[in-house]
Design a protein around this ligand. Structure first.
Ligand code: HEM
Ligand SMILES: *[C@@H]1O[C@H](CO)[C@@H](O)[C@H](O)[C@H]1NC(C)=O
Ligand SMILES: *[C@@H]1O[C@H](CO)[C@@H](O)[C@H](O)[C@H]1NC(C)=O
Ligand SMILES: *[C@@H]1O[C@H](CO)[C@@H](O)[C@H](O)[C@H]1NC(C)=O
Ligand SMILES: *[C@@H]1O[C@H](CO)[C@@H](O)[C@H](O)[C@H]1NC(C)=O
Ligand SMILES: *[C@@H]1O[C@H](CO)[C@@H](O)[C@H](O)[C@H]1NC(C)=O
Ligand SMILES: *[C@@H]1O[C@H](CO)[C@@H](O)[C@H](O)[C@H]1NC(C)=O
Ligand SMILES: *[C@@H]1O[C@H](CO)[C@@H](O)[C@H](O)[C@H]1NC(C)=O
Ligand SMILES: *[C@@H]1O[C@H](CO)[C@@H](O)[C@H](O)[C@H]1NC(C)=O
Ligand SMILES: *[C@@H]1O[C@H](CO)[C@@H](O)[C@H](O)[C@H]1NC(C)=O
Ligand SMILES: *[C@@H]1O[C@H](CO)[C@@H](O)[C@H](O)[C@H]1NC(C)=O
Length: 320
């Protein structure tokens, strides 16, 4: 096999492996410990890779959680987010503006896949690896643990338009957010709970600056915070401007409930985040999470598992 950190070429190689991966065992539904007998070290190997990458640079954790989310919301959790080629021609999910250039962590996936392949060739799907690395990232940043049900098939189709149609933008109103999650059979509460992922990680100026100015006019963002963001960003930030800022200014590397505390202080970065407390039905839930971290963490773990079940392909080879 190739070595880890193979960049673009390495990624193509690992994705090709997924697409050739046609396990004979039936995958009727996801199961905790799906690889107990076929690849008993799979989870430990993935964890080692994520732990090492996190020790080197903690920003891999938010990148990996978002990768799993963006995988699951387009064609289900099938690793299509990793594909570099659309077999039907046209651009891939990765090339959509929601993913390019902001989505990151591909090199870690590549390293995890390499480690697992070395131990058990052609056994563990990349879609499951995405679920594992997200779980491990939650563990490293949030001191939380959950069992990940596995047995997902990988898909071979990746289509930019589908990414544009299913990944929610930072300018989404609460109605758009609710509908976007409902389309995935996720509830309003799931949306509210999973948005709490924004307690870690960073965001590009193009994702917030222009809208912050309109929020300022509405007085829904703190004047001092908005001034700070103005200073940080080029005045007409485009998608490819490199400048970023932490989404949760208070504790950017800790998966805690500070995200919810910032909402009511008018210190949330994206319009979509701010929307959660402007709605009279949702605000009490957001405030409850701000007041009770364990309440949020319990719901967060459950919602991550639910998200990891979106349209998973098991058993029937409808895509390959
Ligand atoms: C509710 C709708 C959501 C919207 C509109 C949204 C939007 C965004 C935006 C605009 C960014 C910054 C991208 C950039 O410019 O670099 C971001 C980052 C992030 N999002 Fe979301 N998101 C949503 C839900 C979620 C969910 C459900 C999760 C995970 C379960 C998630 C996890 C993350 C993480 C961890 C980051 C930081 C990524 C990094 O540091 O590389 N988001 N999100
Ligand atoms: C794998 O082993 C774990 C721990 O013993 C167990 O909880 C789980 O049910 C097993 N899963 C399968 C599919 O055998
Ligand atoms: C460590 O992080 C740096 C900076 O993010 C990155 O360039 C490098 O490839 C990483 N090294 C390893 C071994 O992951
Ligand atoms: C960690 O990696 C990110 C890219 O994902 C980079 O922007 C940042 O500078 C790195 N941090 C360090 C300390 O190297
Ligand atoms: C991508 O998906 C869109 C929307 O479903 C569809 O209209 C288009 O034909 C697809 N493109 C390719 C190249 O498959
Ligand atoms: C993180 O995951 C490990 C299992 O790999 C678990 O033993 C540990 O308890 C988790 N951390 C916390 C604080 O739950
Ligand atoms: C949502 O649930 C309905 C009814 O069970 C099902 O037909 C649909 O495929 C599901 N959608 C997703 C994205 O899981
Ligand atoms: C400003 O307030 C109006 C009226 O409440 C609202 O419709 C709009 O979405 C708000 N815009 C921003 C950017 O906050
Ligand atoms: C934005 O990033 C660029 C490149 O890293 C840097 O030169 C610049 O000082 C940053 N800030 C502004 C306000 O442009
Ligand atoms: C946040 O903004 C709202 C709407 O403008 C305002 O009513 C509230 O007083 C602000 N809260 C703080 C803590 O500044
Ligand atoms: C507020 O949220 C509820 C769902 O909890 C939704 O039905 C309603 O449309 C939202 N209100 C506005 C003004 O968007």
């Amino acid at each position: 096999m190739r070595t880890s950190g193979g960049g673009f070429a390495g990624l193509v190689a690992s994705v090709a492996t997924v697409c050739l991966l046609l396990p004979t065992a039936s995958r009727a539904q996801l199961k905790v410990g799906f690889y107990n007998t076929t690849c008993p070290n799979a989870e430990a190997l993935v964890r080692q890779v994520v732990t090492a990458a996190f020790a080197n640079n903690s920003s891999v954790a938010p990148g990996l959680i978002r990768l799993h989310f963006h995988d699951c919301f387009v064609r289900g959790c099938d690793a299509s987010v990793l594909l570099s080629v659309n077999p039907d021609c046209g651009n891939t999910e990765r090339q959509s503006s929601a993913n390019n250039p902001s989505l990151r962590g591909f090199d870690v996936i590549d390293a995890a896949k390499t480690a697992v392949e070395r131990s058990c060739p052609r056994t563990v799907s990349c879609a499951d690896i995405l679920a594992f690395v997200a779980r491990d990232s939650v563990n490293l940043t949030g001191k939380l643990f959950y069992q990940v049900p596995t047995g997902r098939w990988g898909g071979c189709v990746s289509n930019e338009t589908e990414a544009n149609n299913n990944l929610l933008g930072p300018d989404s109103t609460v109605e758009v957010l609710i509908n976007g999650f409902r389309k995935k059979n996720l509830s309003v509460e799931d949306m509210l709970v999973l948005s709490g992922s924004h307690t870690i990680g960073s965001s590009h100026c193009a994702s917030f600056l222009a809208t912050n100015r309109r929020q300022r006019a509405n007085e829904t963002i703190s004047a001092a915070y908005q001034a700070l963001l103005e200073a940080l960003c080029p005045p007409n930030s485009g998608q490819f401007d490199p400048n970023t800022t932490e989404i949760d200014v208070s504790t950017p590397v800790v998966l805690d409930n500070n995200y919810y505390k910032l909402l009511s202080l008018n210190l949330s970065l994206h319009f979509s985040d701010d929307q959660l407390i402007r709605n009279a039905t949702l605000a009490p839930f957001a405030n409850a999470f701000a007041a009770n971290e364990m309440l949020w963490k319990d719901k967060f773990v459950a919602a991550m598992i639910k998200m990891g079940n979106i349209k998973v392909k098991t058993g029937i080879m409808d895509e390959i």
